[in-house]
Write a protein of this length. Sequence first.
Length: 170
Amino acid sequence: MAGERKLRRGLRKELVKVGVDGPVEMAELCRRIGESRGRPIKLVAFPMEVPGPCGAWLSASSGDYIVFQSETTRIHQEHIIAHELGHILSGHQAEPDEEEIWSRFMPDLDPGVIRRLLKRTQYDSAREREAETIATLLLERSLVFHLLDRPGSSRTRRMRHVLGEARGWL
């Protein structure tokens, strides 16, 4: 639990640094983080084989690419993007792999850099757990607010009031 608190504090600081103080669209969050880091983050929807990886983060000299499964739900896509963003925010290094596939898919990327197609389909390493925790933290409140977007019953109004009074977004 202490690890999650530390991640939450670090994530909160990073989000404040990029001017995010509440729920924001995932593409906008990536844009702001990319701008802050001086490395644009490009989101690429791509049909990936199932079963198999759902997403990948590729680091190139021109910026970062987050490739995510195009053939799934929007909520799942946002989770995939948030997970890969978790790797970026944690300062993880991209792992080389599958150079040929990526050089055909994204020919503008340096072949020396294009070596990573996400092979991690389980959260079995500390890096994966950290990225997954960050993804969960990024999405937990924004998903609740999204679900409450419907015109309100008294229950919805109460939940909005309670969540609106919560101290901070994270």
